[in-house]
Design a protein around this ligand. Structure first.
Ligand SMILES: NC(=O)c1ccc[n+]([C@@H]2O[C@H](COP(=O)([O-])OP(=O)(O)OC[C@H]3O[C@@H](n4cnc5c(N)ncnc54)[C@H](OP(=O)(O)O)[C@@H]3O)[C@@H](O)[C@H]2O)c1
Length: 227
C-alpha cells in the first residue's frame, strides 16, 4: 500500500481500509495495544473501520488459538462484548479509527451493543447470501442507521453451492448475467454492502458489472417443484 500511495496515483483517503480485533485481545486493556500492532503491520496512521472479529473472547495472551489439554479452545468468560466495545469507542475518541463495528454477531448480540453503546456500530459484518438472508438483522440495522456488510456474498465454499444453484442459474439465464452477478445484485438491491474476493482478473471485472434485477415475481421452470 505504501508503494502505491508513494507513487501518487491513489491517495490513502481514496481507499477504505478495515481490520479486526482478534479474539485473544478482547480484554479492554489489550484492545489499544492490539490496534496499534495492526496499524504498525499495515504501516498506516489510521484505519477507516475497526471490527470486533467475533462476539466471544479467547483466553487473553499471545497465543491466538489457545487450546486446553483436551484440544478444546479456551474461552475467556471474564470479559463481555460490551467491555470490548467500550474500549473500541475510546479508539474512535482518539481519532485512530474512523468507525467501529461488529462481526459474526447474532441479532441479540448486535441489539445489546446498539442499545448500550455510546457510539453505535457503523457496520455489522456477517455472512449473508440467499441461503442466509438474515432479514431480522438487516431490518434492525436499517432502523439503527447501521450498514449490514455481507461476507460470503457468493456463498464462500459452503454447500449448497450458490453459483451452481438451479434458482440462481435460472435467474442468471433469464437476465443474461452470470450467477455471481445475480448474487451480487441481490445483495445490493436489498440494501447491504457486500464483500467478495477474486484472484481472477476476468471475475474481478465481471463482479463490477452488475445491474438491477427485475422486481416482478418469477418461477423458473426448473424450480416449479421447490418454490
Ligand atoms: N468475519 C468472518 O468470519 C469472515 C469469514 C469469511 C470471509 N470474510 C470476509 O469476506 C471476504 C470475502 O470472502 P469469501 O470467500 O467469503 O467470498 P465469496 O464471495 O463467498 O467467495 C469468493 C470465492 O469466489 C470466487 N469468485 C469470485 N468471483 C467469482 C465469479 N464472478 N464467478 C465465480 N467465482 C467467483 C473466488 O475465486 P477466485 O479467487 O479463484 O476467482 C473466491 O474463491 C473475505 O476477504 C473476508 O474479508 C469474513
Amino acid at each position: 500500500m505504501q508503494e502505491v500511495f508513494k507513487a501518487g496515483k491513489i491517495q490513502r483517503e481514496d481507499v477504505f481500509i478495515a481490520t479486526k480485533l482478534w479474539n485473544n485481545n478482547h480484554r479492554p486493556e489489550r484492545v489499544k495495544p492490539a490496534f496499534e500492532a495492526s496499524l504498525k503491520k499495515l504501516q498506516l496512521d489510521y484505519v477507516d473501520l475497526y471490527l470486533i472479529h467475533t462476539p466471544f473472547a479467547f483466553q487473553p495472551g499471545d497465543e491466538p488459538d489457545p487450546r486446553g489439554a483436551n484440544g478444546h479452545v479456551i474461552y475467556d468468560k471474564g470479559v463481555t462484548l460490551l467491555d470490548s466495545w467500550r474500549a473500541l469507542e475510546g479508539l474512535v475518541d482518539e481519532g485512530r479509527c474512523k468507525a467501529v463495528g461488529l462481526s459474526d454477531v447474532s441479532l441479540a448480540q448486535a441489539k445489546e451493543i446498539f442499545e448500550a453503546g455510546r457510539i453505535k456500530p457503523a457496520v455489522v459484518h456477517i455472512e449473508s447470501h440467499p441461503y442466509l438472508p438474515q432479514w431480522d438483522l438487516l431490518d434492525d440495522c436499517g432502523k439503527n442507521g447501521i450498514v449490514l456488510q455481507a461476507f460470503a456474498a457468493l456463498g464462500h465454499s459452503s454447500e449448497p453451492r450458490l453459483l451452481e444453484d438451479p434458482v440462481i442459474t435460472a435467474i442468471a439465464q433469464r437476465v443474461n448475467k452470470t450467477p455471481a452477478q445475480v448474487l451480487l445484485a441481490w445483495a445490493i438491491q436489498r440494501g447491504t454492502a457486500l464483500l467478495t474476493t477474486s484472484r481472477t482478473p476476468s471475475r474481478i471485472k465481471e463482479n463490477f458489472e452488475v445491474s438491477t434485477l427485475p422486481e416482478e415475481g418469477y418461477r423458473p421452470d426448473c424450480c416449479k417443484n421447490i418454490l
